[in-house]
Design a protein around this ligand. Sequence first.
Ligand code: F6R
Length: 260
Amino acid sequence: MEVIVQRDYAEMSKVAAQIVAELLNTKPNAVLGMATGSTPLGLYQELVRLHNKEQLDFSRVTTFNLDEYVGLPMSHPQSYHYFMHEHFFQHVNIPPHNINIPSGTTSNYSAFCEWYERRIGETGGIDLQILGIGTDGHIAFNEPTSSLSSRTRLKTLSKQTIDDNARFFERREDVPVYAITMGVGTILNARKLVLVASGKSKAKAIAQAVEGPVTSMVTASALQLHRDAIVIVDEEAASGLTMREYYDFIYAAKPAAPRA
Ligand code: F6R
């Protein structure tokens, strides 16, 4: 796992966007895995800027979102469909038929989940998956005790996640209790993982995910099993890491390091 510590949220977002842009420049028809939440907003803004100012082209890109709340129609301002269109899709040139987001309103969840997995496979698999991390260490909505080989499925949100996400809703009771989410196994199948985290509230989860044991109690720790996982954090989110100097040393020496 590569750990990159940046000064602040803006720098963290730029470094993450640069990794996505490099992929698109070498593979214009890449398959991107998308995340929602507050953290990737800066990354999406930077990608939109690169699209507008530096002609970063998304016309052959396919996307798969990690998750969606169950029960929220696409038009609900807190649905992840709405979020993605608002903050990213309407600002770049991804063909609408290349955009895939789990349905929160399907009449048959297990059939939908199987279809979603199949559809990812049919496109050749996800080249780069963007991830955030929950304060309970989740990736997507894989809450503590989720199987590390889980696939896309219906999941009950933890109390901590409901509390964390209540900030987006008028009342805590309005936060959906269920979500449809890619599994940890689905995520680990992506060829590259880029996890972004910012702020003090993420410091403990980041320390556990990066330096703790691999455990289903912190599903982000499964990134340790991946051959190409990059964790990009700001100073505050990095504050619980004990190997910080080593990560900085590797990052600073990278341009001169022997090529693999
Ligand atoms: C959302 C998702 C979640 C978030 C996580 C952090 O698609 O997959 O795992 O990444 O809950 O959310 P924020 O960034 O709002 O702190």
